[in-house]
Design a protein. Structure first.
Length: 624
């Protein structure tokens, strides 16, 4: 067996060297992919474009892969290459999360935007995500929605043909060759291969094809059998959903009933919400049952979203327009991937003439309450494109990668690559360690996961690592207020022109404190001055605690802000109404005493600042 592995590796290397004689495999230094971001523009991070053939078997046409090499914070000879998921997910675009990652203490981190994604060139139909969001926003469902997605994909394929891009060359087998070539050009002997989600399939294929390249494997949310990726899509989702119902039953005993009730209601009639026109040009989004299901499924990916899924289901049940409007923006980010690459890779790796029937066979057991049109549509796109799996290139049985030390992360709520995938892989790979995480998808990026990664790379004992805490479902610990999310968005993405009047008003209120401290000592209008001083202090306290409440809530779980603040900041509402009442009293008092007040213009300006703060609170919806 070892002799067979040797000859296989030898001929692969010999074949690659023959190609390399006719291919200019070099890295072109590039200034930066982030011209306005100083933090990622320094000597410790180097950017490149890497020229590779679009077709490795006929290397005439070149494409460019974007590469970022992040040097270790401590000098290290260890190297890690990260393979993103999706397929079509970006690597370099998420560079921020790597800057202070514990792995950077142990190794150099190489990020590469896989062919067709991110900053790599060419980009394959980068506008599909927005077009799909526009389709989801319309009052269509079922086959009409499916056909609309197929039509969008047709436009993509026609665009690829016009640009003479061959969609058959954007597949996992070619990506594996790209990664191998990159390792050679970087003059790295062996490196740690870190794949996430769909990237774990690519990582496994790469490690089997180029056995001499890999020092260890890290597989987060792994695919154990690519043939089951779609055929068990519905049952995987329903399994995670049923686990959610079971684990949250003590706090939300009617959650499962509400879930099915929402689907029944939305199947009869959609629910429309207003949204920012920057997200949906028409300015509104009409939810249907398929939209609801995919939002719940995507929520099962993320620990913090898992904690608020019961609240999301309740929001749909009550048709809470404020929450559901904000959800559109929150989940529009999940469509920010390169769908052209997504379809090319998925169809080439997975689809065959039985895929649709196997998907439907799996789904029929769940009365369509678990079937996800979003994934079913992928298979019809593949059928329409005429792309299908080539079993001779990426057969999972090629070689056994159990020779590598492997760290596997699998989440118990994961609806797309379930915990059973990790358990199955751990049995196959004898030299592996399985980390069962109590979260969803991509758990290696949790605090506990990053620490585990650092220990794994350094060879430390993984058993000594503390287990991650269980999910804590959010219930009565929330002070509900529909305006908090709007205020939080104003803080997160400030419109300085809109906020300028508020900033001036707050500065005037703060300045008034120092002015009226002295005026309170004067005999004339002492009581009025004291009351105005009190009102200014109240305004400062109110705005300070609102800001602090948002910070504290986001630190606990940023998605709670969709609903309000954590319970301990409930007193802010009472301060708000006390401030409104105090402002009214101040205004009336000033009107009565206006003939005896010196510098009345200053007082009127201050009263106007009080009122302006109330107007902003009303605009955000803080005042119920």
């Amino acid at each position: 067996m070892r002799l067979n592995h040797f000859f296989c590796s030898f001929f692969l290397l010999l074949s690659f060297c023959c190609y390399a004689q006719n291919i200019n495999l070099n890295l072109e230094p590039y200034d930066t992919f982030f011209p306005d971001w100083k933090e990622v523009n320094n000597k410790s991070i180097k950017y490149y474009f890497f020229n590779v053939p679009e077709n490795w078997e006929n290397p005439k046409k070149k494409i460019k892969l974007a590469v970022a090499n992040i040097s270790s914070l401590k000098k290290s000879n260890e190297n890690i290459v990260f393979i993103s998921g999706g397929p079509g997910g970006w690597s370099i675009g998420a560079i921020k999360k790597w800057l202070n990652h514990p792995l950077r203490e142990k190794a150099n981190i190489i990020l590469v935007d896989l062919r067709g994604t991110g900053f790599s060139q060419p980009s394959l139909c980068p506008d599909i995500g927005q077009k799909m969001l526009n389709v989801f926003s319309q009052d269509i469902y079922g086959n009409k929605e499916l056909n609309s997605i197929i039509d969008i994909s047709k436009e993509c394929k026609e665009d690829l043909e016009r640009r003479k891009i061959d969609p058959t060359q954007y597949n996992s087998f070619n990506i594996a060759q790209d990664i191998h070539a990159l390792k050679i050009v970087l003059k790295i002997n062996t490196w740690h291969v870190y794949g996430i989600s769909y990237g774990t399939h690519i990582a496994q294929l790469y490690s089997k094809t180029y056995t001499g390249d890999v020092k260890s494997l890290i597989l987060d949310s792994p695919i154990s059998d690519i043939s089951e990726y779609y055929s068990k899509n519905t049952s995987n989702y329903v399994h995670s959903l049923n686990l959610l119902f079971k684990e949250s039953k003590s706090k939300f005993p009617d959650l499962e009933k509400k879930y099915h009730s929402v689907i029944d209601k939305l199947n009869k009639k959609g629910f429309s919400v207003n949204v920012n026109k920057k997200i949906i040009p028409e300015g509104h989004f009409i939810y249907n049952a398929d939209d609801f299901k995919i939002i719940i499924q995507q929520s099962l990916y993320n620990k913090q979203l898992i904690e608020v899924i019961p609240l999301i289901i309740n929001a749909f049940d009550k048709e809470d327009e404020n929450v559901l409007s904000d959800l559109v923006e929150a989940f529009s980010d999940s469509l920010k991937r390169d769908f052209g690459t997504y379809y090319c890779v998925t169809c080439s790796d997975v689809y065959n003439n039985q895929s649709i029937s196997l998907f439907d066979e799996n789904s029929k057991h769940y009365n369509k309450n678990g079937e996800l049109l979003f994934y079913r549509s992928d298979l019809f796109v593949c059928q329409n494109w005429g792309l299908a799996k080539n079993p001779t290139k990426d057969d999972d049985s090629q070689q056994n990668n159990s020779i590598y030390k492997t760290l596997i992360f699998a989440g118990k709520y994961d609806p797309i690559t379930p915990l059973s995938n990790g358990e199955q892989l751990a049995k196959q790979l004898k030299n592996s360690y399985l980390v069962k995480m109590p979260y969803g998808h991509g758990t290696s990026f949790s605090k506990e996961g990053t620490q585990m990664l650092a220990r794994f790379i350094s060879g430390s004992d993984l058993e000594a690592e503390k287990k991650a805490p269980e999910v804590q479902f959010v219930d009565s610990n929330i002070f509900y207020n529909k305006g908090i999310s709007k205020l939080a968005k104003s803080f997160n993405k400030p419109d300085w022109l809109f906020l300028s009047a508020l900033i001036i008003a707050l500065l005037m209120i703060i300045s008034s404190v120092f002015i009226f401290i002295n005026k309170c000592k004067a005999a004339n209008n002492r009581r009025l001055s004291s009351f105005i001083l009190f009102n200014s202090l109240l305004a400062i306290v109110l705005f300070s605690y609102l800001s602090w409440g948002i910070v504290q809530t986001s630190n606990q779980n940023i998605y709670i802000l969709l609903f309000g603040l954590i319970k301990k900041f409930e007193f802010v509402l009472y301060i708000t109404y006390l401030y409104i009442g105090s402002t009214i009293v101040s205004f009336v008092w000033v009107l009565i005493k206006r003939n005896t007040i010196k510098n009345i213009e200053l007082i009127y300006g201050l009263i106007f600042s009080y009122v302006l703060l109330i107007i902003y609170l009303g605009y955000w919806g803080i005042i119920l």
